[in-house]
Design a protein around this ligand. Structure first.
Ligand code: HSE
Length: 398
């Protein structure tokens, strides 16, 4: 059997995973590995180079796998790959979220494939499946736990009461976190991923910069104590839906109770709930980060390119910009922590609602509002002394 010849750009956690899997796959031959840090593996030193040109100018290389991480250099390498008429497989959500439009066009023009399954959901085959679903369905809603690092942190904080900083360090040591943890904990990574999924689901390009985004850095152990009292957990949800012809998208921490489809998605796992008009509810669930799960999605793209050699795959994309609805117009319930004990003032501000008290937390109380718009909440919150607020997502399996 003629082997497909690939080059791997980047020899970090994911690059090593990709190489390991490829060594076991008969139909794939890794003929070069690029590592600008010169972190060359002694056993395979002849494969390594720190000169990108060695790869780009090698006509024996059919597919380039980009797992460099970072943005500027990775982007350059991706465009160069396609310009050299090589298939491109990337796990880089920053590059995909920023440049998918131009990359797709270039791949199409040069009759090569551009595959990015690993950019969202780690091992979960969400990109391919979402594309399939849209062939038959109108997608109404996507709710994702799309960042393994923050899910790991929130799960540990919730279960073990460990401080945020301590769990973050663990997540980094385990190789889940991005080079710069800000991308994970401030929600940027999940935001890019929901922008990619929303674009695929609703058919036009969502600019990730326009998706309202909040991270998890302000979530405290007290918040978890109130959540527990309410039979809920706190998750970083990246979600989008269509309503009255508009598409809304947001990435933020949400409280969800045990009836929510993503309540049991814990640790580094990712979960994605999709509701379509014909299929109803469908759930995807699996390892969202880490060496081998992510490498598995990368290598599955390589195999896809091999299967479709001579054709281009994954090049359906509309460059029309998707306008997003105003987050202020969205309606939901909110959990609020309020200083003092003036329940009547809370009710005057937010309407009837539910008071929540936690043993051992004094000088404040929790309050769950009735459904209200974000705008109405913003107007009301200054009438009382709010310590913090967390949105509530009430989605149920339908
Ligand atoms: N840092 C990312 C996460 C890696 O934690 O989900 C996978 O994209």
């Amino acid at each position: 059997m003629k082997k497909v010849r690939i080059a791997i750009l980047g020899y970090g956690v994911i690059g090593k995973g990709v190489f390991k899997i490829c060594l076991e796959k008969e139909e794939i031959e890794v003929i070069k590995i690029f590592d600008y840090k010169k972190n060359f593996d002694k056993q395979y030193v002849s494969l390594f180079t720190d000169n990108l040109e060695d790869i780009m100018n090698d006509n024996n290389i059919d597919i380039v796998v980009e797992v460099l991480g970072g943005y500027d250099f990775a982007k350059k390498a991706c465009f160069l790959t396609l310009s050299k008429h090589k298939h491109l497989v990337t796990a880089n959500k920053e590059v995909v979220a920023n440049d998918i439009d131009r990359l797709t066009k270039m791949a199409k023009d040069n009759r090569v494939s551009f595959c990015y399954e690993a950019s969202v959901g780690g091992a979960i085959p969400i990109i391919k499946n979402l594309k399939e679903l849209t062939l038959v369905n109108k997608i109404h809603r996507i709710i994702g736990i799309l960042n393994g690092t923050t899910n790991y942190i929130l799960t540990k904080m919730s279960r073990e009461g460990i401080s945020y900083q301590e769990v973050l360090k663990e997540a980094q040591a385990l190789g889940y976190a991005e080079r710069n943890p800000e991308a994970d904990v401030e929600g940027y990574d999940a935001c890019r991923k929901i922008a990619i999924l929303t674009s695929l689901a609703f058919g036009n390009t969502v600019k990730f910069e326009e998706v309202y985004t909040e991270g998890i850095t302000k979530i405290s152990n007290e918040d978890f104590a109130y959540a527990k009292e309410l039979g809920s957990v706190i998750k970083l949800l990246a979600t989008s839906y269509s309503k009255d012809g508009k598409v809304y998208a947001i990435t933020a921490p949400f409280m969800i109770d045990s009836t929510h489809p993503l309540y049991n998605v814990n640790d580094v796992l990712n979960g994605i709930y999709v509701h379509g008009n014909v299929l109803g509810d469908v759930m995807f669930f699996g390892a969202g980060a880490g060496k081998l799960p992510t490498a598995s999605a990368v290598v599955s793209d390589v195999v896809d390119c091999v299967k479709h050699k001579g054709k281009n795959v994954m090049t359906i994309w509309s460059s029309v910009k998707q306008e997003l609805g105003d987050t202020f117009d969205e309606t939901r319930r909110f959990f609020v922590r309020i200083q003092g004990d003036d329940v009547q003032a809370a009710k005057a501000a937010f309407g009837e609602g539910q008071v929540v008290k936690v043993d051992g937390i004094n000088g404040e109380f929790g309050f769950v509002t009735e459904p209200m718009t974000e705008r109405a909440f913003e107007d009301a919150k200054d009438k009382v002394s709010v310590i913090s607020r967390i949105r509530i997502d009430d989605t149920k399996l339908q």
